[in-house]
Write a protein that binds this ligand. Structure first.
Ligand code: FES
Length: 115
């Protein structure tokens, strides 16, 4: 865990791990400070959204990534979520999942979470 010092009120930057350990176009579930996160890499860009599908409690990190649309598809019923906005782009989910601020510094992924 590390703290880069730059943060919004009540939030902190948490180290997730090396970018090199997350293959392009893959995702991994990470639990930090009570937040359940889906860390998603598309090309060299990293996105972090809430891991729990807004339709039911299934892990979005286990879903399939569409690198062109920048979405990840829930494996259970097929709703796709934008990795940039958290909004579902297809049914049955109708509510967004949270989106987290993410930064890669010196090859290490950091995410901002509220404490
Ligand atoms: S649990 Fe994700 S779409 Fe139903």
């Amino acid at each position: 865990m590390s703290d880069t010092g730059e943060r919004t009120e009540g939030a902190q930057m948490i180290e997730i791990g090396p970018l090199a350990e997350l293959a392009p176009d893959s995702a991994r579930r990470v639990d930090v400070d009570g937040h359940r996160l889906a860390v998603i890499r598309i090309g060299d860009d990293v996105y972090v959204i809430g891991d729990e599908c807004s339709h039911a409690d299934y892990s979005l990190a286990e879903g399939e990534i569409d690198s062109d649309d920048k979405t990840i598809e829930c494996w259970k019923h097929g709703s796709a979520f934008s990795v940039e906005t958290g909004e579902p782009t297809s049914m049955p989910a109708i509510k967004p999942v949270p989106v987290y601020t993410v930064r890669v510094e010196d090859g290490v992924i950091h995410v901002e979470v509220s404490s």
